[in-house]
Design a protein. Structure first.
Length: 277
């Protein structure tokens, strides 16, 4: 069943200020909405009836009445804005984490620019050498990306050390591609490596948060992600999931356009078969 609370959370960044007041009230008081009239909600949220109708339509609903019906079909004991606490059961923690992941993936899907994505993939398809950079939480994603491309027969290497990133960047040329992965987009080490790569005329592809950051200046192609981190943000929970989703999308698109991809993947599988009893 459609979860209207999650839909509201996904739509939230693009709402106007009056619509956000409605969203704030509904997210904090989902169980009260069903019994309210449109005029009562307007008073409680500091908005107007016309704004409530517009808000409902932004969610793909016909109007306020359908909003109430959708809310009645949503689990009333879930608060998508609630933080994880020591009192939560494992099931409650799982629901909150997966809600955040779902919202982040939905927002990231809406950020995909087909033309830029295709152009980035074309650069990878024709690259003589591919370097993948990531630090901290993004380092495991960088390693995963390099492994996937290596399985397709591409000369791909992951660097998760800041000194090695700069050194490797200094030996590139216009036939090389760097894929940089940085959620914040403001990592000085990643930006320094990209600066060096640009002086060598390498193509730079960056997977980063949608909020414009310093890394944009040194990136030929931005593949934007969105994340809704709950508490314990330092762990980068949902940002890592959205980064992996972009990496997987790149991998599958490149695979579909790589000559003899099946043959190359089979070579990899044959080689790995020697590692099993």
């Amino acid at each position: 069943m459609k979860d209207i609370l999650l839909d509201i959370k996904i739509a939230y960044p693009k709402l106007g200020s009056s619509e956000k007041r409605i969203a704030d009230y509904v997210l904090k008081n989902p169980e009260k909405l069903i019994s309210l009239s449109i005029s009562e909600l307007a008073d409680l949220s500091g908005s107007s009836e016309a704004t409530i109708t517009r808000f409902s339509r932004r969610l793909g609903l016909s109007g306020f009445q359908q909003l109430k019906i959708s809310m009645a079909g949503t689990s009333g004991d879930r608060d998508v804005n609630e933080k994880i606490s020591a009192d939560d059961t494992p099931e409650a923690v799982f629901l909150k984490v997966t809600d955040d992941i779902y919202c982040s993936l939905e927002k990231t899907k809406k950020l995909i620019n087909n033309e830029k994505f295709k152009a980035a993939c074309e650069a990878i398809l024709h690259a003589r050498r591919i370097l993948v950079f990531g630090l901290g939480n993004s380092s495991s994603v960088a390693t995963d990306a390099a492994h996937k491309l290596l399985r397709l027969g591409y000369d791909a290497t992951a660097y998760t050390d800041n000194h090695m990133q700069v050194i490797a960047s200094s030996h590139l040329d216009e036939h090389c591609v760097i894929i940089a992965i940085t959620h914040s987009g403001s990592s000085k080490d990643i930006i320094d490596a990209l600066k060096v790569a640009k002086t060598c005329k390498a193509v730079t592809v960056t997977i980063t948060d949608a909020n414009k950051s310093p890394v944009y200046k040194y990136s030929d192609y931005i593949l934007a992600t969105a994340s809704d981190e709950i508490n314990y943000r330092i762990l980068g929970l949902t940002s890592r999931i959205t980064q992996l989703a972009i990496v997987d999308t790149l991998y599958y698109y490149v695979t579909c356009h790589t000559q003899n991809a099946d043959e190359k993947i089979q070579k990899t599988l044959d080689a790995l078969a020697t590692k099993k009893y």
